[in-house]
Design a protein around this ligand. Structure first.
Ligand code: MSP
Length: 676
């Protein structure tokens, strides 16, 4: 849906905002809606402020997951994604998402661009060929080092079993960009927001050191081929991240005008789980391509359901459609952006939605508008009066109303949508209080109070006009409906953002026109039942439409990337613990791994035996510091090869504040002693 660029003010320059490109492997839910609605509001707001906005969204269509999901449905991958993408576009259409570009990673413009990028990095020497052997998590499409794995062989992102894969592969020299990235973070703190996520990136990833990244696969073929070595397809994240520039024509055209106009992006928006890709891998790729970095990357929190991440296997997915159908898009957008603090996790419940609908929308805003319009009709024949007899009380309302636009502007720029809405609602609530304080129905009984009554009604109408301007980017329909009831037209002169900073703007003689209630008050208990039933029926419909076969379900469950991410590890029994064979070991020799800066190769004495362990502790320990040290060693871990060198078991280390500390015993005990 290409959006007409409406600009009410002189052009302030360009503004480029992006959502993640979503996997079309399942129906999008309220979580995806959240990021997209936030980006939409930001885009609409910036257009309103006079920026030339490009809002990008799209779909990330390659990879093993999509390939196997398609196969489980008996479809070719392209036919499968085509159908899924149609559905995604329909959701965005029904929510009136004002995107300017919808990029699909199967689009030619994107494929050409990605191949060009890969070639450029290869020619520069930042991509090289090597052999990879390591732990791979299929749902997350990520390779992990042994030290990154959790509970033995589990992926640290989704905690599913990772498995060892060996393949010839191309690598991106991510390690080369560790220092430049840290420098960049220092000078441009907005590269990773909020602050807490930046610290997480610095402490957990950048400071401990980056390893080169495997950027090609040969184990499946649903992807963009490496241009000079067609048996490899390009790693999905390299493919996906590039969309932000290929969508503007980078790499597929000689002089892509849009690229030069809009890049670097003003904001990349996403949830926290993919911040690492956007603030480490993507900036490093751009540095390697010698291109400017995005100005702001913001990772918001997760919408949880009953404290859990939403997932199909848990059957707790909330879809936007039933909400839109019952309450309209404005109510849903308002709830998402008002209820949750952008940046933090929040819990979604139907009851919270219904309560906020009743209190903020039906009671506060809806009542204010209907009472005011009704009183103007009843007491002044529908004509908005002029101001006559002022009182000190009026100033508080006026000052609040005209000072809010600037606050809202700053808050939206800082992506604090919930606070922006809260500050608008302060005017709404103050206006309702003003009605109670001035009691227009009593003034109306006294002929001598007509001037005062006129002033009160005029002030209320002006406050509501200001509110309608301020909410427009969030709730376009409601804004238009309010303006219509006030007898104003959206396009009229009193309706620009600047007009929200001036109180006296409604032209003399304007006639109000009472309409339907903006939001009908709900009976929460009854409504909650009906809503839950609608949600269930909808979820069932989705389930049936997606095949619902055992096979599909199995693939979906397996491939439901990151969605099952448990924050806490599950409880284990003493029998589980007994499976772990921990020993005291003595480090006899230690040396650097010839192929990986983060790894050391240790020879351990464990009782009678000598064991070789490859360990990712090189950032914190020099080989010479280790020789003669007593360490704790996990003996019965399945051996693997790490960058070509065999590793039998692992040594234990604690991690905190970005540092590693090796575990040891506090008495001299013989090596081989068991730990329990
Ligand atoms: N394809 C990758 C992104 C590539 S971007 C170059 C991907 N896709 S995804 O379909 O899994 O979408 C993840 C994004 O969807 C999150 O980062 C977030 O924007 C949104 N959300 C999905 N579930 C969400 C919640 N439960 N809560 C909040 N946002 C969520 O990752």
């Amino acid at each position: 849906m290409s959006q007409e660029k409406e600009t009410h003010q002189e052009n302030k320059g360009t503004f480029y905002i992006t959502t993640p490109i979503y996997y079309p492997s399942g129906k999008l839910h309220i979580g995806h809606t959240y990021t997209t609605v936030a980006s939409d509001v930001m885009s609409r707001f910036k257009r309103e402020m006079g920026y030339d906005v490009t809002f990008l969204t799209g779909t990330d269509e390659h990879g093993e997951k999509i390939q196997s999901t398609a196969k489980a449905q008996g479809m070719e991958p392209k036919a499968y994604v085509d159908q899924m993408v149609e559905d995604i576009k329909k959701i965005w259409e029904s929510m009136e998402i004002s995107y300017d570009i919808f990029i699909r990673t199967t689009d030619d413009i994107h494929k050409k661009g990605v191949q060009k990028i890969f070639q450029q990095l290869y020619d520069k020497g930042d991509i090289y060929k090597d052999e990879y052997e390591g732990w791979y998590c299929t749902p997350c499409e990520s390779f992990w080092t042994e030290t990154q794995l959790e509970e033995g062989h589990k992926c640290p992102d989704c905690r599913r079993e990772a498995h060892i894969t060996r393949e010839e592969a191309y690598f991106f020299k991510l390690s080369k960009y560790q220092e430049p990235l840290m420098d960049y973070y220092e000078k441009h703190p907005e590269i990773c927001l909020p602050e807490s996520r930046k610290n997480e990136m610095l402490n957990n990833f950048l400071k401990p050191g980056l390893e080169d990244l495997c950027v090609s696969r040969t184990s499946f073929d649903w992807g963009i081929p490496v241009p000079f070595d067609e048996k490899h397809v390009i790693y999905v994240w390299l493919d996906a991240l590039s969309n932000y520039i290929t969508a503007l024509g980078y790499g597929s055209e000689e002089n892509p005008k849009a690229y030069h106009q809009y890049w670097p992006a003003d904001v990349h928006l996403m949830a926290k789980e993919i911040v690492r890709f956007h603030t480490i891998i993507w900036p490093a790729m751009l540095m390697a391509l010698e291109l400017p970095l995005p100005k702001k990357v913001f990772g918001h929190g997760w919408i949880l359901f009953g404290e859990d991440k939403m997932s199909k296997s848990k059957g707790n997915i909330v879809y936007p459609e039933p909400f839109i159908k019952r309450y309209g898009i404005d109510a849903l957008k308002y709830f998402l952006l008002r209820e949750f603090t952008f940046g933090q996790d929040g819990n979604f419940t139907n009851t919270l939605f219904l309560q906020r609908y009743n209190s903020d929308l039906a009671n506060d805003l809806g009542n204010l508008v209907s009472r005011t319009v009704a009183m103007i009709e009843q007491y002044n024949e529908g004509i908005v009066p002029t101001e006559k007899q002022k009182e000190a009380l009026d100033d508080e309302l006026k000052t609040l109303a005209v000072s809010t636009a600037d606050q809202v502007e700053t808050l939206i720029d800082d992506l604090q949508f919930h606070e922006a809405l809260e500050s608008i609602w302060k005017i709404v609530r103050r206006s309702n209080k003003y009605i109670d304080e001035t009691t227009p129905w009593i003034l109306a009984k006294d002929e001598n109070q007509k001037d005062r009554l006129d002033t009160v009604l005029k002030n209320l109408a002006e406050s509501i006009r200001i509110v309608s301007i301020l909410i427009k980017s969030f709730m376009g329909h409601t804004a238009a409906e309010i303006q219509q009831q006030l007898g104003l037209q959206e396009s009229s002169e009193s309706m620009t953002w600047e007009d929200a900073k001036i109180f006296d703007k409604i032209p003399a003689g304007t006639k109000v026109k009472k309409g339907e209630a903006l939001f009908k008050r709900l009976k929460i208990e009854q409504e909650a039942k009906e809503l839950a039933a609608d949600n269930d029926a909808y979820a069932q419909k989705i389930q049936q439409a997606s095949g619902g076969s055992k096979e599909t379900k199995a693939v979906e469950e397996k491939t439901e990337e990151k969605e099952e991410q448990a924050e806490e590890k599950e409880e284990i029994t003493i029998d589980d613990f007994a499976k772990i064979d921990l020993r005291v070991a003595l480090v006899k020799e230690a040396e650097k791994h010839p192929k990986a800066d983060r790894l050391l190769v240790l020879q351990l004495q464990v009782g009678e035996e000598t064991r070789q362990v490859v360990s990712g502790i090189a950032q914190d320990y020099q080989p010479e510091d280790l020789v003669g040290k007593t360490v704790i060693y996990l003996q019965n871990l399945k051996p693997i090869k790490l960058r070509g060198i065999k590793s039998q078991g692992m040594i234990m280390a604690a991690e905190g504040d970005g540092k590693l500390g090796l575990l040891t015993v506090d008495k001299a005990l013989p090596d081989g002693s068991s730990v329990s």
